[in-house]
Design a protein around this ligand. Sequence first.
Ligand code: TPP
Ligand code: MG
Length: 332
Amino acid sequence: MAKKDLLKKLGEEKFIKMFESMVEIRTFEEKVQFLFLEGKMPGTIHQYIGMEACAVGVCSALKEGDVIGSTHRPHGHAIAKGVPSKEIMAELYGKTTGCCKGKGGSMHVGDIKRGMLPAIAIVGGNIPIVMGMALAFKLKNQKRVAVSFFGDGASNEGAFHEALNMASIYDVPAVFVCENNLYGASTSIKKTLKIENISERASSYGMKGMIADGMDVIDVYEKASKAVGDARSGRGPTLLELKTFRFCGHSRRDPSKYIPKEEKELWKKKDPILNLEKILLEEKVINEEGIKELKDRIDKKIEEAIEFGQNSPEPRPEDTYNDLYVSMEVPR
Ligand SMILES: Cc1ncc(C[n+]2csc(CCOP(=O)(O)OP(=O)(O)O)c2C)c(N)n1
Ligand SMILES: [Mg+2]
């Protein structure tokens, strides 16, 4: 559907929300990058700058009750799924007000009550778990959908293949979202893949494969809506490949010298935030002043999140063994 028609059909508010969420991710990540470089933040980070349309487009296609699984690069997924940025920030600082009470840190952010499984940093690690969650939804007759986010590198892990095969034979309500940013750490996919599109792998499991432009939130949203709708209505899982790029290094302090300058420049022109901003201005959904107001508001929100994170209490030694186990009643 043409962008103009889609804007009309879904309502302008939906797209402003998507824009706002992408700006929030970008602002969060840029400020966090700065804090790291200044030595003001502990641990390590893998950032989502440039990939915002992937998380936002997919999560905007979900309903309350749906769940996502994430990776070592989870900040964007968390914000897009509605985990408050101040709780994510506090988690990065290792504080008790963090979304995992400061016990997870950057690579494990998440919040079950907001539908995000705490992120799993083992490459490919969340894929079979999300498959299991989708199977549980099916067995319990719940109309819920489980989404797994992972990278191109993860699609070469055994866990990916086992999980997709099981998802297909059990026809579970899942969507497998491969964020193909062309690199697994410093290794180009040219060295790790002999096929053009990772989505082609779906066919070997009798699953639907789809591709979306991961720099275009509207395209991601449209394709994800189709995949999520299929999953929810019992038409089985989909492997959705998003063609994207990270504008930052793989992790903290990586200058990404292994990426040719021309390649970086080419992708910078596809900036997903500028892309949507242009459409919103062209379609007169918002004017320049509205954009400035929105960006200022988000800037303030993230500044407050930093203050909240910095000033929150440290965990106490006596809490070390709390929250390790959940007491469960197993139905007989
Ligand atoms: C099983 C496993 N192997 C290696 C690593 C180290 N590692 C962390 S991230 C990463 C690259 C992952 O690439 P990709 O799946 O494409 O995700 P991206 O970082 O591009 O988002 C590697 C090799 C790991 N965490 N887990
Ligand atoms: Mg990658």
